[in-house]
Unconditional design. Sequence first.
Length: 346
Amino acid sequence: MECLKVSKRKFGETAILYSLTNDNGLTMNVTNLGARIVDLIVPVNGEERNIVLGFGSEEEYRTKDMYFGATIGRVAGRIKHGSFSIGDQNYQLPVSSENGHTLHGGAESFEAKIWDVEVQEKNDQVAILFSYVSPNGENGFPGELKAHVTYSLTNNNEWIIDYQAETDQPTLYNPTNHVYFNLTGDVTQSVSEHELIVDADRFAVVDSDTTVTGELHSVEETPFDFRESKSMNQVFETSYEQNTLVNGLDHPFLLNQIGFNKPQAIITAPKQDLSVEMYTDRPAVVIFTAQFGETAPEVRGKKLVNHGGLTLETQVSPGAIEFDGFGDIILYPETRYKSRTVYKIN
C-alpha cells in the first residue's frame, strides 16, 4: 500500500479546498463551502476524467450555481407553500417569489454556509468531517440543529457520505447531496447516451411547478422504467407527459430495497468504460437531468450543454410532510439522525 493522501489550499475568500487521493490515483476535491464535492477525478485508460460538475472557486459557486455538489438542508426538495406542521404547531417558511414554495431549505441554506472541518486519516480511507450548527429559527425551521456530514474516500474507490444530526426541538430534517454526474468528463456532451439502472417500481408524480402531487405511479410501460439498464435518451425522446413537463427528469423514485448489499442505481458511461453504483439506506432518490437550457453556466471553461449532468439525490421523498406513504422527516430531540449513501466508481 502507498498511502491515502489529503492536502488543502485556499479556494476563495473564505473557502478551503481539500484534496483526497486514494492508492488507485482517484482524487476527490471537496470544500467547506456548503460541504460540497467539487471534483471526482478518475483514471480511465491512462487518462484522468473528472466525472462530476463543479467550479474552480468559491466565487464561481456564489455567482453561478450554489447547489452543484453541495450538501442540501435542512430539507431537500420543495416544501409546498413553505408550510408544515409538527403535532399541533404550524410553521411558515420563507418562500420563493417565483413559485411560492421553499426549495432545498430556503435561500442561503446549508449550501451557502462555511462548515467546520476535521480531517480524519485511517489506513484504508481518508475522510473529511464537516460540521455546521443551524440556529433555532434559521430560515423559519424550529430547533437548533447540529449537522455533521462525513465524506470518506476508500481504496475500493468508494465515496461514502455519512450524515448525522441532533436537534433540541422537534424539527424537519431530510438532507441530501446535490452531485451532478457526467461520466464522459466532457460538459459539452449531454448524458443522453449514459445508461441507467434504478431499482424502483414507482415514481412520484409532479405538478407543473415540480411539487409532488401525492400520486405514486408505476414505472411499468413508462420512460421511468429503468429496472433494467436503459439509455437516458428514453426520458428526453418521448411525449410522455411527466417527462415533457420538466424536459427530462426531476422526480423522486421510490426504491424497492435499501441497504448496502446491492446497488439501487447504476450509471454507466456511453463507452461502457466507467460506471458509478449508488447504495443507500434512504427510501428514495431524486433524479434531475440538468435541464438548464440556455441558462446553463460555464463549467471549467466550457458552456454546459442542456442535460449535461444527472443527479442521484438520496433522501426521503419530497411530499413526506404532506402525504401518507411518502415517509417521515420529523426529527425529535431524543433521536439522532443517521444515514449513509455510497457512490462506488468502477
